[in-house]
Design a protein around this ligand. Sequence first.
Ligand SMILES: *Cc1c(COP(=O)(O)O)cnc(C)c1O
Length: 404
Amino acid sequence: MFDVWKVRADFPILTQKVNGKPLVYFDNAATSQKPQIVLDAISQYYSEINANIHRGVHKLSQLATDAYEQSREKIRNHINAEHAYEVLFTSGTTHGVNLVANGFASILKPGDEIMVSALEHHSNIVPWQMLCERTGAILKVIPMNLDGELIIDGFVKLLSEKTKIVAVNHISNALGTVNPIKFIIEKAHEAGAAVFIDGAQAVPHLKPDVQDLDCDFYAFSGHKICGPTGTGILYGKEEWLEKLPPYQGGGEMIKEVTFEKTTYAGLPHKFEAGTPHIEGGIVLGTAINYLNSVGFENIQKYEHELLEYGTNKLLEIDGLKIFGTSKDKTSVISFNLEGIHPYDVGAITDKMGIAVRTGHHCAQPIMNFFGIPGTVRASFTFYNTKEEIDALAAAVKKAQLMLA
Ligand SMILES: *Cc1c(COP(=O)(O)O)cnc(C)c1O
């Protein structure tokens, strides 16, 4: 049985007071808090095996290399990649998008098309725009509807033999919408396009199966799944990773270097230039173990309860409007109070120890679509409680009284 109070005891930060009130942390879509086992693993790495990897014959270097590669294997297993060398360590989702977009510069010709969606985070828009500038490719945008869902007919209509890559998120960070990526991947493949999935908001809630999805790339960040900041994963199908050129040059990624010519190392090292975030990569494996020990079925069921409870509770407030009303969504509630700027709501809830995100959530096109400056976003995770949602609802009511 899932016991939220038992789980909360794993997170030391949750016991603290903020502005004299117990911390209510509802900014989980921006970054997650870390359980003690993750904090311990960071300290254990530096106090016991810290050394550079893949180079030394000495004992510590071997221990660090083994731990790093075991973590890669753990993550391979978690996302069901076929090969460990298809699992690249990155600094986060942003790094993953840029690595792939940069690689496609060698593939695209003027007039080729890149497709993103109206629901993307800036990090899955801007690198593709930069790629368009470099190559003369054209950016197409899958439209969305007022529920914050992608319009799938619109997507199918935009597809053509010119489409070379479709880059969409699995789940929207701003609205929580779960996108029908399996269908999108299938249709894109029929048109001969590759598919990049931004999984940053999906991996906290589910275990992606990259072989079942049949995506060509899948990227996510470690810090949103209880792991350290500056860590992430880019999964790429072997054939694509072989085809794309390296992103960065340096140590670790070469086979042989002379001043006349350098040959590159095989996968995954071709894409992992320089000394990586060794501790981060190892501890990301610890974080994924932790989430699996809580159990994704438990997480989904409980988060769904929180979403329903929170939605009903907040909708009791007059003049509160929720943005993102897809039937298929995760535990994110983006809302505004009529006539009140989201920033002002966030400033008042903060005084009451409640952390929510206010603003455009790195997704300005979505805010433009709704014609709003931003929203207040409460994103719940498995360590949140209904009592905390009650506190949020009370704080929002209070903000409304003060600001009206
Ligand atoms: C957080 C997020 C990103 C960016 O992740 P970084 O960790 O900042 O690189 C990209 N896409 C989505 C959907 C996100 O939620």
